[in-house]
Ligand binder design. Sequence first.
Ligand SMILES: NC(=O)c1ccc[n+]([C@@H]2O[C@H](COP(=O)([O-])OP(=O)(O)OC[C@H]3O[C@@H](n4cnc5c(N)ncnc54)[C@H](O)[C@@H]3O)[C@@H](O)[C@H]2O)c1
Length: 352
Amino acid sequence: MSASPLGIGVLGAGYWGPNLIRNVAACPEARLAAVCDARPEALEKQRAQYPDTRFYSRFEEMLADPGVEAVLVATPARAHAEHALAVLRSGRHAFVEKPLALSSAAAREIILEARRRRRILMVGHTFLHNPIVAKVRELVASGALGDLLYLYSQRLNLGQVRHDVDVLWNLAPHDISIAGDLLGARPLRVQATGLSYIRRAQRIADVAFFSLHYDHGVVAHGHVSWLDPLKVRRHVLVGSRKMLVYDDMNRDAPITIYDKSVEKDFRQPFHSFAEFTTRIRAGNIERLDVPLKEEPLAAEIRHFVQSARSGHPPRTDGPHGMEVVLILEALSRSMASDGGEVPLDYSAIPVP
Ligand SMILES: NC(=O)c1ccc[n+]([C@@H]2O[C@H](COP(=O)([O-])OP(=O)(O)OC[C@H]3O[C@@H](n4cnc5c(N)ncnc54)[C@H](O)[C@@H]3O)[C@@H](O)[C@H]2O)c1
């Protein structure tokens, strides 16, 4: 592995881009070579902090900079495909924020371009670089919860309302990638319903409820909204022996394990409430802290840099990003048919 830091350019310094910029600048294996944004005020906010970085208002100019070896794309979702392709065609490695593209056809084109150019393509599914999610995955895989029966997630807040995509494409990529990671599987079919209030005429959903159906009757249900009074980021996993809550808003103890279940003979008839309660097991409640040595974004960027240097595919690679896009497409189709079931077919994902 080369010792010289990887020269990184960041495209897009709006709401999210500055988080990437800050973490690239702090990464010992990377160098913040350039930042590009079409809005001068977005560049101004960054310029003073990074005197050794070059600032561009035109993307083509940043791509002509020989110090840029890789580009992080943090532009709105509708521009991801165009920008990812341009980065790869210029011979740079590409990190693209989620979702990889707004269609599976575009996602596939990006993957094939990366392969043709022998460049790394990574998608910003941040939570798969989060040690709390890794801990939950480890607990599920160890059988600590028994058989995982179902899970549900809530990702709610007031704002940020997007203009280019609906709430499903904006927020659900996180929960789809987390569910896939925890279950180690892909959904077989999906369902979704959406509600539009802010842009009702354009039928852009502000609230969406979705279900991902896996093998063995396991379901991951999700509720995403940018029109909610509460800021909630929560996953609840119900196992046959124990139940787990992962609350991303609780920084002290993000994981709580409830030693609760119903007894095996629950299906036998019971004749009183007292008898019913004897069939319910409610044991200890255990709270787990997962110390964060660094913010997950720092780990994500280091992983990208190491992939670019070693040539090893990253964990959240193009095929992973396309899988999420295929699921989002199927969910959108379901939403358009008021919640009809849509089967998934992953055969278009390029195999290595
Ligand atoms: N991983 C996460 O947790 C996470 C969180 C928030 C946002 N995101 C993703 O980050 C991306 C950006 O979101 P945002 O909220 O920062 O959007 P934003 O609209 O606030 O910022 C986008 C920036 O890109 C710039 N831009 C767009 N096209 C350009 C071009 N051709 N040349 C130069 N500059 C250009 C705009 O001027 C703007 O400043 C989205 O894809 C979003 O899904 C990811």
